[in-house]
Design a protein around this ligand. Structure first.
Ligand SMILES: *[C@@H]1O[C@H](CO)[C@@H](O)[C@H](O)[C@H]1NC(C)=O
Ligand SMILES: *[C@@H]1O[C@H](CO)[C@@H](O)[C@H](O)[C@H]1NC(C)=O
Length: 403
């Protein structure tokens, strides 16, 4: 009772002080108070992070030679001023492509104003099967941890991915999720992978040869480790800030030891984070067994899921996934997603509650903005909410975590 009263009082006096401040603004500073001119604000509203605000995401988006325009399209599709972005065109692409991507990024007024997108200038090689891929992801994580202190989750995407919901939806739904949770699809049931992915010893020449070459296989196999358990799963992850700090800063030696071990396996991105988290007592119980992506595998499955097209649209949209892969360049179904879900015009960012410009074919609604800390969910948010609730219920029962 007493506590309740005190709370009421704080709220009331808070409102009263706000009223006083408001009075002083309209009497003293009305001419300089910038909310008086919302339509012409070219400077950013302040970005706020923390437990009282919607969560923010750090995106690492990577591609290879010829992917500049796809990376830019994907960036616009997942753009929000409160997030952070790091784009990477791997070493097989030319510097002109990186410069062109940088110029495209700079052409967007909001990105210029909020300064939350970077393009890696000194690229890494990216051998899909080898360890250079994981090295590039860990580097991106280190950069994103360093340049921005306030994001909550790290998301890996490639040029072949596309979102199925807006960032307003994502942030709104994740606002009620514990921010220490990690979304890693995983299993310890290795099946055929034990003999074909873990035991064979491979070397990725991308780590020491300047020119791109195939990975090579040793003739010997090694026994399965018994100092830790190997977990495998989807290479596409959504990781909490605290878990990534554990992996990158390395005060405990487990992430480093496993990194050294997995340097010599095929596709370490399918085992690394999975094995680190499931072998560390302090993070194990934060592992949610889901990757939040939509894929369709061929039967029998190939290395990569099949290319999605307009015939997959309905299933994809109903899935309640956050992202889907993989898509061909300029695939017509991407235009359907832009038009029906993201409400995104060509070469424009996905609109959110932060965009205040008038909507017309002439004008980009996100060329003007107001409070960027407010998110407004659309119809797709429900889909994600339902699928996420199911996933989290499974997690709470802890029946399929790290087993
Ligand atoms: C996981 O376990 C640790 C201690 O072992 C505890 O501090 C933490 O709150 C737990 N997290 C969850 C998500 O249950
Ligand atoms: C879409 O993909 C499926 C499966 O790969 C294929 O059978 C179908 O012909 C494709 N449809 C179009 C319109 O390209």
């Amino acid at each position: 009772m007493g506590a309740e009263k005190k709370w009421l009082f704080t709220l009331f006096s808070g409102a009263f002080i706000t009223f006083l401040i408001f009075l002083s603004f309209i009497s003293g500073f009305s001419s300089s108070y910038y909310y008086a001119f919302p339509p012409h604000k070219a400077f950013p509203s302040t970005v706020h992070h923390g437990p009282d605000y919607p969560p923010a995401f750090a995106y690492y988006i990577s591609g290879g030679r010829g992917d500049a325009s796809r990376l830019f399209r994907l960036l616009l599709a997942v753009y929000h001023p409160r997030n952070r972005y790091l784009l990477h065109i791997s070493a097989d692409g030319a510097d002109e492509e990186r410069l062109r991507l940088g110029a495209l990024v700079k052409s967007v007024p909001a990105i210029r104003a909020f300064g939350n997108v970077d393009v890696i200038g000194k690229p890494d090689p990216n051998t899909y099967m080898g360890s250079t891929n994981l090295a590039a992801v860990l580097r991106a994580a280190a950069v994103l941890l360093k340049v921005d202190r306030s994001w909550d989750w790290f998301v890996t995407l490639s040029a072949l991915d596309y979102p199925l919901i807006t960032q307003d939806d994502l942030s709104h739904v994740f606002a009620s999720v514990r921010r220490d949770l990690n979304f890693i699809d995983h299993t310890s049931d290795l099946g055929w992978k034990e003999g074909q992915r873990i035991q064979p010893i491979v070397v990725d020449p991308g780590t020491y040869l300047a020119r791109r070459t195939q990975i090579f296989h040793a003739t010997e196999k090694r026994p399965m480790p018994d100092a830790f358990r190997v977990f495998t799963g989807s290479p596409w992850v959504v990781l909490s800030r605290s878990f990534l700090e554990f992996c990158v800063f390395g005060w405990d030696n487990l992430p480093r030891t496993l990194l050294m071990y997995f340097t010599n396996v095929v596709l370490p991105q399918e085992v690394y984070f999975h094995s680190v988290i499931c072998n560390s007592p302090e993070f194990k119980n934060t592992t949610v067994n889901a990757d939040l992506r939509y894929f369709v595998w061929d039967d029998p499955p190939k290395m990569e899921p099949h290319f999605l097209n307009t015939t997959d649209y309905d299933e994809m949209v109903k899935s309640g996934a956050v992202f889907a892969r993989q898509f061909g360049k300029d695939e017509p179904v991407l235009n359907m997603i832009d038009r029906n879900i993201l409400m995104r015009g060509r070469n424009r960012a996905t609109p959110g509650a932060w965009c205040t410009g008038r909507k017309s074919w002439l004008m980009d609604p996100c060329s003007q903005w107001d409070d960027v800390n407010v998110v407004k969910p659309g119809p797709q948010a429900k889909m994600l909410e339902e699928s996420l609730n199911k996933i989290l219920e499974d997690w709470k029962s802890q029946s399929n975590t790290c087993t």
